[in-house]
Design a protein around this ligand. Structure first.
Ligand code: RP5
Length: 169
């Protein structure tokens, strides 16, 4: 029986520092993942072969990160009907604005759920994949809820600290 997992694809190893945030979030939720460097432009046949095989092996969500003329997420979305999350990487002279438009502007019928440019988007890609998987997994859904609550508590603690500081000036 195939085991459910998330595939995290990136166009180059230069995307890894950005995508580490995605891997960290998936680890936090104990979500199985595979990470792979594969390119829509430089290794199109290998990308196609990997996506087809990963889907057959139980991949539930693909997260695809690329910079510049970022077509990885769109190319993957054209191969699979699993949800595809696109992360525009903030590299090059246009600092990810090019990657954002290349990733988000998909033709109707082949969606890519595009997150923010750079590390915030990479982090949200992990959370969004967790929320997608949580639809059919009550234990994971509970963990996602708890994580959201603890992030709210962290903000409240920061506010309490600020109020304390202001009271002492
Ligand atoms: C994209 O081109 C990659 O995803 C990367 O963001 C960018 C630059 O790649 P390298 O030249 O660093 O390999 O395809």
């Amino acid at each position: 029986m195939s085991k459910p997992f998330v595939a995290v694809l990136m166009g180059s190893d230069s995307d890894l520092p950005t995508m580490q945030a995605t891997l960290d979030v998936l680890k936090t939720f104990d979500i199985q993942f595979e990470a792979k460097v594969t390119s829509a432009h430089r290794t199109p046949a290998a990308t196609h072969a990997y996506v087809t095989d990963a889907e057959a092996r139980g991949c539930k969500v693909f997260i695809c990160a690329a910079g510049l003329a970022a077509h990885l997420a769109g190319a993957v979305a054209g191969i699979t009907t699993r949800p595809v999350i696109g992360v525009p990487v903030d590299c090059g002279p246009l600092q990810g604005h090019d990657a954002l438009l290349s990733t988000v502007m998909m033709p109707g019928g082949v969606p890519v759920a595009t997150v923010a440019i750079g590390s915030a988007g990479a982090k949200n890609a992990g959370y969004l994949a967790a929320q997608m998987l949580a639809v059919g997994d009550d234990v994971l859904a509970q963990r996602v809820k708890e994580e959201r609550a603890s992030s709210a508590e962290a903000v409240q603690a920061k506010d309490a600290k600020l109020q304390e500081k202001l009271a002492n000036v």
